[in-house]
Design a protein around this ligand. Structure first.
Ligand code: ATP
Ligand code: MG
Ligand code: MG
Ligand code: MG
Length: 478
């Protein structure tokens, strides 16, 4: 079953349950406090918090998402992409827990002929919030699940909040048992690689106050309007349905992986380190394509820097596979062809997208050539002198003179068993920023009053600081 077909089945199913089908929003979130759309709920936040009345009682959608906080997992776990698609159904004061559970179960377990996914009931496990007896009872009644396949989890895993006083509520998640060859028995509480999380159901029913942390807050009452928010990972379902090992081997991603393998002349599946690189490449090329398609362009800050980092990691990974020359023309074309059926804009805007992508690769290849020799010499010297770290001024010089990014210096140093003196590097960076500010002041050039952006941002952040782990888009950038 192709990825696109799974999404169509999902939307058809909820259309028949009277949901309004809403198109995906852009990856670039409207909310200035979040860099990207990190979950299906992002475009619905005003309706879920009650700031704006929802224009429909219930909705379903397929939302494009970017989660850079999963970047370190990519290629290593079977299930984390920086880009992925989240199917979601929503109720704004319409239906609640019983229907949400019942719809989810019906969609997963009804046969393919009936429009469902035809999962075997025996492969499904669920978790509920530790105090949510109601959810447990519903799972037993609706799905007939035995008690041991309903596991209770604490706030860390199964409670949704915005991180602020306001709406919150328990979650219930659905997991697929991939079988004993993938890990230990005992359910998702024991092994989250064998038991694959596919669907998160959030029951927004309480108001919270006195929020001290993600897990410490007081539940102060019931919400006047109860909402349902669900999110199911399309690629995760696709890899189960397609009988492959991970999301990078599904029909929308695999062609890039195969192309990388052909270009490098190394087979996929022969060497673990190479396989991780192939999967990173397949993921990052697709994410970059989709970001470019939504108007993000490579730069040194914000969203553009994330995009740049994804593309540079791709180049680096190809080099580690032994390929020194340009590969984006082939890799991006492969991703375009795999995605265009569902996202025709990647073909329509190909000239613009490819111009940015190819230019970025060219520039970075030049930077790499210039910087690598210098870095290699510096690392050899450091090792020769018995140091455990590369000196901060070397890292700074590479950055300042050759445009060699610090994350890359860190990565390459680490590959050779060395650290980098970050404190010294940061000190030099701070001094340089200070000098730049001085320069700007002395030039007294006021092109535009940008202070308004500061206010805009602050406003966004006070309004919505939640989703801790989801929101730290830049955390991984070091
Ligand atoms: P995990 O614990 O596996 O990291 P999560 O709990 O962070 O997942 P949610 O925030 O609950 O995920 O998102 C809802 C659904 O979106 C998940 O159940 C999963 O199917 C899918 N999903 C989340 N993150 C990713 C990702 N990085 N790549 C692909 N699918 C994802
Ligand atoms: Mg996660
Ligand atoms: Mg999870
Ligand atoms: Mg989850």
């Amino acid at each position: 079953m192709k990825t696109a077909e799974i999404a169509n089945r999902y939307l058809d199913f909820f259309r028949k349950k009277d949901h309004t089908i809403v198109p995906s929003s852009s990856l670039v979130s409207d909310d200035p406090s979040i860099m990207f759309t990190i979950a299906g709920m992002v475009p619905f936040i005003p309706y879920l918090t009650g700031v704006v009345p929802a224009p429909y009682p219930s909705a379903a959608d397929l939302q494009k998402c970017i989660r850079t906080n999963d970047i370190e997992e990519v290629g290593k776990t079977a299930r984390h992409g920086t880009f992925f698609q989240m199917m979601g159904n929503w109720s704004f004061g319409d239906y609640f827990k019983e229907e949400a559970i019942s719809y989810a179960w019906e969609f997963l377990t009804s046969s393919e002929d009936e429009g469902g996914l035809g999962f075997d009931e025996k492969d499904l496990w669920v978790t509920v919030y530790e105090d949510d007896d109601e959810a447990e009872q519903l799972w037993r009644k609706i799905a007939g699940l035995p008690a041991h396949r309903i596991q209770r989890m604490g706030r860390e895993d199964n409670y949704w909040t915005t991180g602020q006083p306001g709406p919150a509520g328990p979650c219930s998640e659905i997991y697929f048992d991939r079988g004993p060859e993938y890990g230990k028995d005992g359910g998702p509480a024991v092994d989250d690689e064998r038991f694959l999380e596919i669907w998160n159901l959030v029951f927004m029913q309480y108001a919270i106050d006195n929020v001290r942390s993600k897990t410490e807050f007081d539940i102060v009452g019931d919400l006047p309007q109860k909402n349902i928010d669900t999110g199911m990972g399309l690629e995760r379902v696709a890899f189960i349905k397609q009988g492959v090992e991970n999301m990078y081997e599904t029909d929308q991603v695999r062609p890039v992986l195969d192309r990388a393998s052909e270009i490098s002349g190394r087979p996929y599946g022969a060497n673990d380190d190479d396989d991780v690189r192939f999967r990173i490449i397949a993921d990052h090329v697709r994410s970059s394509l989709m970001l470019l398609s939504d108007g993000v362009t490579p730069s040194n800050e914000g969203r553009g820097y994330i995009l740049r980092r994804l593309m540079r990691r791709t180049v680096r990974s190809m080099r580690l596979l032994g390929v020194e020359g340009a590969t984006f023309p082939e890799l991006f074309a492969a991703s375009r062809d795999a995605m265009k059926e569902n996202f025709p804009e990647v073909e329509r805007d190909w000239t613009r997208i490819s111009t940015y992508a190819f230019a970025e690769e060219e520039t970075f290849l030049r930077t790499l050539t210039a910087g690598s020799t210098i870095l290699d010499t510096a690392l050899a010297e450091a090792k020769g002198s018995g140091a455990t770290k590369l000196a901060g001024d070397k890292a700074f010089q590479l950055h300042d003179t050759y445009g060699f990014p610090i994350d890359l210096t860190l990565e390459i140093a680490e590959e050779q068993g060395l650290g980098v003196d970050r404190d010294a590097f940061n000190g030099l960076m701070a001094a340089q920023r200070e000098r730049a500010k001085e320069d700007a002041r002395s030039r007294k050039k006021t092109i535009a009053d940008v202070s308004v952006y500061g206010e805009f941002r602050a406003h966004g952040e006070t309004r919505f600081t939640g989703f801790d782990d989801l929101i730290t888009e830049t955390r991984v950038l070091g």
